[in-house]
Structure formats: C-alpha cells, structure tokens
Design a protein around this ligand. Structure first.
Ligand code: SAM
Length: 295
C-alpha cells in the first residue's frame, strides 16, 4: 500500500472541528480510493478511534497521513470498555471503524451504538463501502426488496435450518461466505431453496473483482472444482412468482430441514418459512421420511 502523496493527505484545513459524539465511519472493502473525503476528514478530526483491529486501521491511517489514538473494540469486549467509549463520546468525538466496509454489518458496533443511543450520545454516520450492497448492484437480480442474512452457520444441520427459514422470503437474498465453504453452501442453498438464479461477487473493488452469474447448482458445480480465493458475497433471486411454495419448493425445503433436525423442528421451520399449514407440511414430511428412509 502506497502512502498518499502530501497533497492528498488530510490537510489541517480539512480537519473539521467535530463536536462530541460517536462517528460511525465506513472504510474501503479493498480499494483505498473508496475512502470518502468526509470519512478521511472525520478520522483525522476525532480524539479516539474504536477499531476492530488497530493494526489494520493503522495502515489506513498511515495512507491518509493521520495519527490518532486507537482502542480495540468488539461487541464481546468487556462492558467497561463499551461504557468507557460512551463516556468519551459524551465529551469528545470518537470514531468507530471495522477492518473493512461498514461497521455493524457482520462487524462489531451494534452493542456500542445501542448503548450509546440509550446514553444520549450524539450519533453520526459516515456511510460508504459495504460488500453486500456492492455485490447486489452487480448481480443483475431484483433490488427492490432484499434480505441481508450475513454468514450461514458452518455446521451442515444448522445451515440447513437457516436456509429453510430463508426459503419463503420474497426478496433477493444476500449472504457473506468464504472461498473454502462456497461450493458446499451453494449446494445446500440449491437443495433448500430450489435451483434459483444467483450471482457470486468476489474480490469486489479489488484487482480481480468478478461477478459470476448462474443457477445455484451451476455455481455449486463450478466452485466445487476449485475453491475460489478471496472474499465472497452470494446473491440469490427471490422465489419465482409462479411457484413460491409449490411442491418442489416444499420438498426441497423439507429435505434440507429434515437433514438438520427432527420432524417436529423441520415442520415448524418450513411451515413458518413457506407460510403453509402445519398439517400439510407434516403430512408431506412423513411421506418424504418414509420414501427416503432418512432422518
Ligand atoms: N462490514 C463489512 C461490509 O460492510 O461489507 C463486512 C465485514 S464481514 C466480517 C467480511 C465479509 O464481507 C467477507 O467474508 C466477505 O464475505 C464480505 N466481503 C468483504 N469485502 C469484500 C469484497 N471486497 N468482495 C467480496 N466480499 C467481501
């Protein structure tokens, strides 16, 4: 990473006189050029930066020629750390950043913002890069309604249950994933949601950025051959208008849920997700169980 040329550094004239408060600052997800001038000015103007990993944020500060004290913050940090930050933000400007992208989005910050709000701290957001939104814009999938579901659980059973809960949602789904787990997650998604159109956003804003479209099963086969490197977002089309909860959708959601839990749990999850009567789902679950001899 090259430091900025002197003329591009945060000049003293650009450093704002910030009032007390918690400034939630989005940072680049790979391309340093995506740090907004306002974000750089706020980082230069605060008294303290609460950072997920101060070593990562130190590189960003070096890039913009700024030196500000930092404190490590996670939502599982001791309550004293959080209360200390809130006390500071009541009397001086404090920034919250994560390693990359928008704080709080699959990153630390929720508990800090919740408690800061309750304590009457002035809250200011400095919006910017977010991998979920960046992937959505490239996906070619509907953007009028989308659901960001973070990371799927790592274990197959919990993952199948989580997918069953998503099956009936009439919105584009957005998930974060890692390269080594991508193929297995896509296969589980194809089974639990039906073979919907999807896109994989990889290394967004970086040199090897790509957005690859295909059906979930096509993408699963593609990435089973070789696990992709880098950071990944999965986007998945909403269930088709004509068969939101048709027999195939019900069967695939039930099979996924039955693989991860009891009939009772599977029926509860699938009937809620697909908005189908429990009795109908239960009857179909018994048939599938008998046919497959599974679970
Ligand atoms: N707060 C961040 C944001 O606003 O996007 C997300 C943090 S989350 C811990 C990290 C995950 O975001 C990665 O595992 C990956 O799924 C996704 N991600 C982050 N940067 C990305 C990029 N440049 N391209 C694709 N996905 C990315």
């Amino acid at each position: 990473m090259q430091p900025l040329r002197p003329e591009n550094r945060a000049s003293p004239d650009l450093v704002p006189a910030l009032g007390p408060g918690l400034y939630i600052v989005a940072t680049p997800i790979g391309n340093l050029g995506d740090l907004s001038p306002r974000a750089a000015a706020v980082l230069a103007g605060v008294a303290l930066i609460a950072a997920e990993d101060s070593r990562v944020t130190a590189k960003l500060l070096h890039h913009i020629g700024v030196r500000v004290p930092m404190l490590a913050y996670h939502d599982h940090s001791d309550d004293k750390v959080r209360q200390g930050l809130i006390a500071r933000a009541l009397r001086e400007p404090v920034a919250l950043v994560s390693d990359a992208g928008t704080p709080l989005i699959s990153d630390p910050g929720y508990k800090l913002v919740r408690d800061a709000r309750a304590a009457g701290v002035n809250l200011v957001t400095i919006p910017g890069p977010c991998a979920a939104v960046a992937a959505l814009t490239l996906s070619g999938l509907p953007t009028d309604r989308f659901l960001f579901a973070g990371f799927l659980p790592a274990k197959a059973g919990a993952r199948a249950t989580a997918i069953a809960e998503l099956a009936g949602i009439r919105a584009t789904l957005v998930l974060y994933e890692s390269g080594p787990r991508l193929a297995a997650s896509l296969a589980a998604l194809a089974q639990g949601l039906g073979d919907r159109p999807a896109a994989i956003g990889r290394e967004l804003t970086k040199r090897f950025e790509e957005s690859v479209a295909g059906s979930l099963s096509e993408l699963a086969a593609r990435y089973a051959e070789a696990a992709p490197r880098g950071e990944i977002v999965i986007t998945i089309a909403p269930p088709g208008e004509s068969h939101p909860a048709d027999a195939a959708t019900l069967d695939s959601a039930l099979q996924a849920a039955l693989a991860g839990g009891s009939v009772k749990t599977a029926v509860a999850a699938v009937s809620a997700a697909l908005k189908l009567p429990r009795a109908q789902v239960y009857a179909r679950a018994l048939v599938l169980k008998a046919e497959n001899g599974a679970c």
